[in-house]
Design a protein around this ligand. Structure first.
Ligand code: HEC
Length: 468
């Protein structure tokens, strides 16, 4: 009776104290949930609404169909009930919030033509440990689903496997599972894995010690928790991935050449951290990404072009672009607000930056440091406020043009040998911390003097080693 998608939020999972079977017997169905969503949510979250009419609701986060609402079910419960911060305006009755929470807790049931068909085969209670020979016997016995965990070793296939309710571990060899559509628990790979129909998993971890050459999961749409790649693949190809509920981490994979096909990725609930990938040459654009719950950190990446983050309008975490071979950055054209820090540093080949042109406010610090090859900079065109600002060892720039009016923390300009004047910082009226202007060898002290006369500085002013 449960279809594949609904099982993620299966009623059998102990989310309530009371007996779930009795509690869910009278649970609201899709028609009730649909009614509430239409009253309170689809004014902003509907697939027909263009971005200009969505009042900031991310593209793709739509609840006007069962497929859309069930895809976002866990987040609907979190935002409407647990946090209660959706809809943004007050007025939604508690009873309606509870109705959505109950609908989700009891499986987010409903019907839709686009939902994959049920598994259908007999269920083994598990746990199971299989290899190629064991798999043939298991399929011949009529099984197709496992209610518990499954551990695989060796080369081979489980042709009949369609659903794993627990975790799936590939310990060695390579598992082919052509009919598998869902893993209710964690997928852990220290071997190869081909599952062209796998649409959803609770979490996915590759390595340590993983042997996967190409990890291609061409139907994987949802990773409820974390997606962690810590060793293994040369290519990571996830063309249909739309949602990672937790962190999306790819780190320390020396042989990774390409991360492909994340054109449909809309939502990362945690941080997006790609770090220590010296051989990577191809990175995706991430044009559809509209929500990142944590930080975006790209460090020590070998590729010349880095993702654009084309749809992201706001993020609470930090944006850190540090170390690696980037030659040009065109990041965050729509990003207006960053709650944490913005750091762009240690990029020796970076020649051209056309980034963050819509950014108006940064909650933390802005740090631009060690960019020795910079030729053109077009960024921060409308940045009005930030916690602090550091510009350090950016030799090629002759001026810093920033419409900043206020810094709640300090300002540091250090070791910028090309810097000639501070005219571009003339709108800055207040610095909450210290002002440190040191070792900018071409910047005349007289110039600094004139500029300082127009700025209210709460902290101390430190000047040394500048030009005459
Ligand atoms: C007035 C417009 C508006 C209405 C109405 C509205 N939202 Fe939103 N929603 C937004 C905006 C803006 C964002 C992006 C900012 C954010 O995530 O807080 C968003 C984002 C979301 C997200 C995606 C982020 C995440 O947490 O995964 C979910 C889910 C969501 N809303 C659920 C709801 C639900 C459920 C309702 C109805 C009960 C609702 N929204 C009603 C404007 C709206």
């Amino acid at each position: 009776m449960w279809n594949g998608l609904a099982m993620l939020f299966s009623c059998g999972s102990p989310t309530t104290e009371s007996d779930p079977v009795t509690a869910c017997a009278s649970a609201p169905g899709w028609s009730e949930a649909d009614g509430v969503l239409r009253s309170w949510c689809t004014g902003c979250h509907a697939s027909a609404l263009p971005i200009s009419l969505r009042q900031g609701a991310p593209l793709g986060v739509d609840f006007d169909t069962y497929a859309g609402a069930s895809h976002w079910a866990s987040r609907i419960a979190v935002r409407a009930s647990q946090l209660g911060d959706m809809p943004p305006a007050a007025g939604m009755p508690d009873a309606d919030r509870q109705l959505l929470a109950d609908w989700v807790a009891c499986g987010a049931t409903g019907t839709s033509a686009s939902i994959p068909s049920e598994c259908g085969a007999a269920t083994d209670v598990g746990p199971l440990a299989l290899d190629a020979a064991g798999a043939v016997a298991w399929c011949e016995a009529g099984f197709g689903a496992v209610d518990g965990d499954l551990v695989w070793t060796g080369e081979g296939a489980i042709d009949c496997l369609c659903d794993v309710a627990g975790s799936l571990t590939v310990e060695s060899g390579t598992l082919e599972a052509p009919r598998l559509t869902r893993v209710g628990g964690a997928v852990t790979l220290t071997g190869g894995f081909n599952a062209a129909n796998l649409a959803e998993v609770a979490s996915l971890a590759v390595g340590p010690g993983g042997l996967v050459e190409t990890l291609q999961l061409s139907s994987l749409a949802t990773v409820e928790g974390d997606l962690l790649v810590r060793s293994g693949p040369e290519r990571l190809d996830l063309p249909r991935l739309t949602e990672v509920g937790g962190d999306f981490v790819v780190e320390g994979v020396d042989g990774l050449v390409a991360i492909d096909g994340l054109d449909g990725l809309i939502h990362v609930g945690g941080s997006l951290r790609w770090e220590g990938l010296p051989a990577v040459d191809v990175l995706p654009g991430l044009r559809a990404l509209t929500f990142v719950g944590g930080d975006v950190v790209w460090m020590e990446l070998g590729a010349p072009y880095w993702p654009t983050l084309g749809s992201l309008q706001a993020m609470d975490g930090s944006l850190v672009l540090s170390g690696g071979e980037a030659t040009m950055l065109t990041v965050g054209p729509l990003l207006g607000w960053v709650g944490g820090d913005v750091v762009i540093e240690h990029l020796p080949s970076l020649a051209d930056v056309d980034a963050l042109g819509a950014l108006t406010a940064v909650g933390g610090g802005v740090q631009i440091a060690s960019l020795p090859s910079l030729e053109t900079v077009a960024m921060f065109a409308v940045l009005a406020t930030a916690g602090s600002l550091v510009v350090e060892d950016v030799d090629p720039i002759t001026g810093i043009v920033l419409p900043l009016t206020d810094l709640s923390g300090g300002l540091t300009l250090h070791g910028n040998d090309g810097l000639l004047d501070l005219d571009g910082l003339s709108q800055l009226g207040h610095v909450g911390g210290d002002v440190v202007v040191t070792d900018n060898t071409a910047l005349p002290e007289a110039e600094i003097e004139v500029w300082l006369a127009g700025v209210a500085v709460d902290g101390v002013v430190v000047r040394a080693g500048n030009g005459l």
